[in-house]
Structure formats: structure tokens, C-alpha cells
Design a protein around this ligand. Sequence first.
Ligand SMILES: [Zn+2]
Ligand SMILES: [Zn+2]
Length: 312
Amino acid sequence: MDEFTLTIIGSGSALPMHGRHPSAQVIQYDDLCCLIDCGEGTQERLRPAGVRPFQIDIILISHLHGDHIFGLPGLLSSYTHLGRTEPLSIFGPVGLKGFLESIIGYTEMTVSFPLSIIEESPVGLNRIVVRENIEIWTFPLYHRIACNGYVFRELSSNIRLNKDRLHEYGLTPVQIKAVKRGEEIEHSRGRIPSSVFILQPLPPVSYAYCSDTRFDQCLLTVIQGVSVLYHETTFMNELEEMADHTGHSTAGQAGMMAAEAGVSCLITGHYSSRYKDVQPLIEEAGVNFRHVIESEEGKKYNLRNLAKGLTH
Ligand SMILES: [Zn+2]
Ligand SMILES: [Zn+2]
């Protein structure tokens, strides 16, 4: 239950260029495997990045611009060709259902698995997924069309089992359940308190996804204090007017947002194809905030490490 990772699949904006691809990323936590956005070609880049496509059980779509959704019909079609039977839930703004149903209809796509399409129009923060020790919330971003951001919040009651001890004492599944309930264990070595098998709890970690969006200080109420913030950095500050006009943010603005929200780490992304080298964007975000990370496609980031100030 220690794993809480982010894998970047696509870090670019509208045009695939300079080896970068449209938006997609994967959050993994225990048995939760969640794809956020699904730009063109996402399915081909999952396996090389170490993500098995069938693992994905939740897809979160930010909005219906093509660079966030054109990979989705292909992924769903492949699932059917490969005989997927596990259920899949897709969340996104209003319009998602019509988009998918019309493609499924016109292309005569059969869907071999239970598919739920859930449209959300959040006003503030709406909780959409509750798992054993993690919750996913959605909130509105400030783009050109309806666009939803997402926050993953680990709950603080996380119990971490000491696997070496469990092995050493050879506990049965029934005994492990008792440990999780905090009960004493009857063992050939005597009665053993559950604390023997439990590690110190880790501080809970949270992650927010903000793309695509203008610089919007209203977001602060939602993302204040999250551990790791992914905030789009489509343009440099010199194109601030264009950023505002097109519903995007500059790298400098993303750095300011990270500083004001008091996060531990800012991950940049959704880089415009006009920038071959994204280093200037990273540096500009770094003027206002100290711990800035470049989105590297195919790379898996340990969110607990990023929250501690490390870089991977
Ligand atoms: Zn976009
Ligand atoms: Zn967009």
C-alpha cells in the first residue's frame, strides 16, 4: 500500500512534436490504476511506460478538446478486441457521453465489458471515487470549454504492514485481517500485539491535476496544501496575453500558483509545440517556486518522494 506513483504518458499540448505527445498520465495507488486524459496514441505508450492497459479501471477526462480525448475511442476498441471483461468507469464533463456514444454507434464498436460514463459539472469540490484509503475529487478549471480538474487524497488512516515480520511469523490471511483491525494474535510463540506487525504511518500524500486552465486564484481554495501539483505550463510569460486568450497558463503563473498554494512540488506540462526545449519553461516556473519538475514521458514518479523534495 506504499505505492503512490505518477507515470507521464504525454506531456505536450495540441500538436505531437519534438518527441512529445498529447496529454495522458497514470496514477497508481495500491490496486487503483487511473488514467487521466487520453490524447492520441496513449494506448501504444502505456506498456513501454510500464502500465498494463487492463490494469486501468478508472479514466478521468478533463475536457473534450482533442488533445485530451482522441486516444480514448482507440483504447476502448482495443479493450474489446482483447476481450476485456473487467468494468471500466470514465468520468468527465458534460458532452463525454454523447461523444463516446456517437463514436461507438457510428463505428459499430461493440463493448465487451461493463462501461460507465459519468458526466460531472462540479461547482466546488465533488467526491467521485472512494477506495479503501484514497479518494478522488473533481473541481472546475477555467478553460475555454467545460474542464474538470482532479485531486487524489490519500486518507491518513493508512495502515502499513511490516511484510518482513508477517513472513517471519508466517501469519495466515485471517490473522493479517485481525492485525489490520488492531487485534492481538494467537500464535505458537504466544499472544502478540498487532503493533509488532505495523510500521509507522507515512504522512498522507495528495496530488492535483490542473490542465487545461487559465491562471485562476479561485483554484487555491481547492489545491491549497496538496503535496504535488501538476499545473499546465503551455506558454512562457512573454505570451501571457495569448495564454489568457486561449484559456491556458504561463510557466511563471504556474510557479506563482504553486507558491501561493503552498504545495511541495510542481510538475509542469502541456508544453506548446513552439518550444523544442522546455528548459526555459522550467526555469521560468522556478522563479516563483523552488521545486519544479519537468514532465518526462515514460517516466514513473514516486509522489511520496516528490512530496519530500526529491526529483523522482
Ligand atoms: Zn490541451
Ligand atoms: Zn483544451
